[in-house]
Design a protein. Structure first.
Length: 185
């Protein structure tokens, strides 16, 4: 009986150790940054979509807004507006041609454009974007990072951070190109 308890305890210890080890190896994120969760994005009111440029109007039923807040429930001073491309294509025939979608906007709390993401969020088939934001000043993230998981042969890549330019009131990226590999954490 004692052997069975000891064996059980050892097995339990190994399972917990394996779980903790793999969870630490695959942890995501950057210290001081939050990861934008696409599940927390909500449909954007169609009246607001119609206030955006005409290229957005066709996709009004598939446009969502993602608040860039430090804490849940807090009013957002900045947000990301994007077309949910997967949902849009879910309503079309399987042989539908790929369309040129507007790139996601970064907007202030009055829906004025203050920046733009370099690719569709949350997914630009077959690529998936992870957006991180942080370094807060007066309720506004001053840095936004875009990492891209790419199953193609070229592999994962990332973009230079979008940095808040307080004088211009916009997010700016140092260079427009992708950097292949993974960003240093």
């Amino acid at each position: 009986m004692l052997k069975a308890h000891r064996c059980y305890a050892i097995c339990l210890f190994l399972m917990v150790a394996a779980f903790l080890l793999t969870s630490n190896v695959h942890c995501e994120g950057y210290k001081g940054f939050l990861k934008l969760n696409p599940d927390e994005c909500v449909p954007l009111d169609k009246k607001i979509v119609l206030q955006l440029s005409a290229e957005w109007h066709k996709y009004a039923d598939f446009v969502k807004i993602c608040a860039l807040t430090q804490k849940k429930g807090q009013p957002a001073k900045g947000s990301i507006i994007s077309v949910w491309v997967e949902e849009y294509y879910g309503t079309l025939p399987s042989d539908a041609m790929w369309e040129k979608f507007p790139l996601p906007l970064i907007v202030d709390d009055h829906f004025q454009k203050i920046g733009q993401l370099p690719e569709l969020y949350p997914m630009d088939q077959p690529r998936e974007l992870d957006v991180y934001y942080g370094k807060w000043q007066l309720g506004m993230p001053t840095e936004i990072m875009v990492d891209v998981h790419n199953p193609a042969v070229s592999g994962d890549y990332y973009y230079d951070s979008l940095i808040w330019n307080k004088d211009r009131g916009t997010y700016e990226m140092k260079s427009e190109g992708e950097r292949y590999g993974r960003r240093k954490r």
